[in-house]
Design a protein around this ligand. Sequence first.
Ligand code: RP5
Length: 162
Amino acid sequence: MAEAAVGIIMGSQSDWPTLKGAADVLDELQVPWEARIVSAHRTPDRLWSYAPEAAARGVRVIVAGAGGAAHLPGMMASKTRMPVIGVPIETRALGGLDSLYSIVQMPRGFPVATMAIGAAGAVNGGLMAAAILAVSDEALAGRLDAWRAALSASIPEAPQDV
Ligand code: RP5
């Protein structure tokens, strides 16, 4: 199997049903990925070692999802200059606004490209990672263009009674 170009990391196993949306769209675009549980609070040593080890394996973009006190994407952005795409996970207590605010309000100098809360954000995280890689990969750019065109073509012109 090809080496992973995208690292999908998450704070907990419970985030995977959401983050799988990123993995699925990367599969559709034939972009190899890896997935790891890396919690900023529960496994801080893993957080510290992930970025350099992933970069050595060939990972070039990171999609990081976390919920609640969602420090994983921001801390990862502090450790690596690889682009970090943050996915705020929907939470039961606060609906994911807590995750969104934790991820989006980075201090100047260490950006996280923050997606929407939940499932749409995860899929868009995968698409954003693919778009970043497509800048220097013409074949992938073509697949991404075709994916976007197919989505546009699937939208009916008029609504129907269902
Ligand atoms: C965060 O806490 C994780 O990213 C997850 O979204 C949330 C809840 O984790 P679990 O209690 O379900 O493991 O660290």
